[in-house]
Design a protein around this ligand. Sequence first.
Ligand code: ADP
Length: 447
Amino acid sequence: MTEDKKYPFIKDDDSRIAALHSYHILDTAEEKDFDDLTTLASVICQTPIALVSLVDKDRQWFKSHKGLAATETPREYSFCAHGIAKPGELFIVPDATTDDRFKDNPLVTGYPDIVFYAGKPLINNQGFALGSLCVIDQQKRELSAEQINALTVLAKQVTDKLELRRKLIEITATEKKQAMLNEELIAANVKLVLSNDQLEQTNHELSTTQLKLQQAVETGNLEELRKNDFIGMISHELKTPLTSLSGYIQLLQTKAKTDDKFTSLALGKSGLQVKKMITMITGFLNVSRLESGKIVLHKQTFRLDELIENVIEDISLTELGHVIINEPCVPIYVDADLDKIGNVISNLVSNAIKYSPNGTDIRIHCTSTEGMVQVSVEDKGMGIAPADLEHLFERYYRVEGEHTQLISGFGIGLYLCAEIVGIHKGRIWAESTVGQGSTFHFSLPLA
Ligand code: ADP
């Protein structure tokens, strides 16, 4: 017996109780299947009472209670709690009134006046005794070998029913989950198709624009349709469906995560590609805005050192090939457009990644002097020849070469960086040695 509880110690009782709870059977309604088995047990053993008793933490609860009004009793009065302590055996109490363990038990001294008890533990497929199938009489008696045999067979039937019941619950839950997942996938698919429609619509608008352009050339009105407006318009139209596509890919990714590794991998890659396209298109859009003087700065005072940290954190989420080292610096306050300066930093770090081999370091550091802060991004990449160095910040300029051919880009990133830094009254420049690496610097006035 345990010290504070008046029922026998059961090894690993917490796991046994957890197993019992996994059947989700406690406090459920009566079921004919179980009632049939207690009826059979009481008829065969010729006892007025037969129970399917499940031993919970502090009580025994009856799934079926033939010949007894109660549906549960405290565990300390439970005969079954004794029986399951030796789960392999049939537990028999021939006369409870003379048995030291039970003679003061209120179920013996009062209703239902138990005298005879025989219980066969219900052992589940993990080997836990969940409770027992028991027969009870109010007079002394014995069971024949046939009756004991029948009680054992019936107890096995009860356990089988319990397992079956649990399997059914599990299957229904899985089916429900599947059905929900399917519905969500269908909904996401529908939305993807809608995005596609939008893309097609954009294509249509594009060919209309082409037609207009042609007409303009034919009628000599080309000046009216400036190339810049054209690029701006297309970029804008492409960005909307791409953004929603990216959103749906993310949505699908969260749905696919649990069981389908291939799908989540493929979706992850699609997501990255779409993001790349969005970045490119945003670049074009910004070029067109710049050229038509539509760039507006939204200035605020913020900590540049914190912005650098955030940008690097973002990039590090997807970039695993390089070691990005952010050298610590003091708090630096600037009065600038946070998003646009963020784009400049992100562009320089992305270029450092793009144009240097995997496994090399990328170092970012800040220094401030004479009212200006200087941010530097240093890589150990392919480097840039002096002849190219002076053109880097020109619109659509890309270095020609075997290396750069394989790397995608349109030569607008640095041009935009230079424009943004310029309207902030800062400066941008690069130093480089071919084959050793490059360092890009930009400066901004301190707040
Ligand atoms: P993109 O990378 O899209 O071509 P950018 O304007 O960002 O356009 O860069 C212009 C060119 O400058 C690139 O094509 C590349 O040749 C060169 N470049 C930029 N950053 C680096 C770097 N860190 N190392 C070597 N070359 C670089």
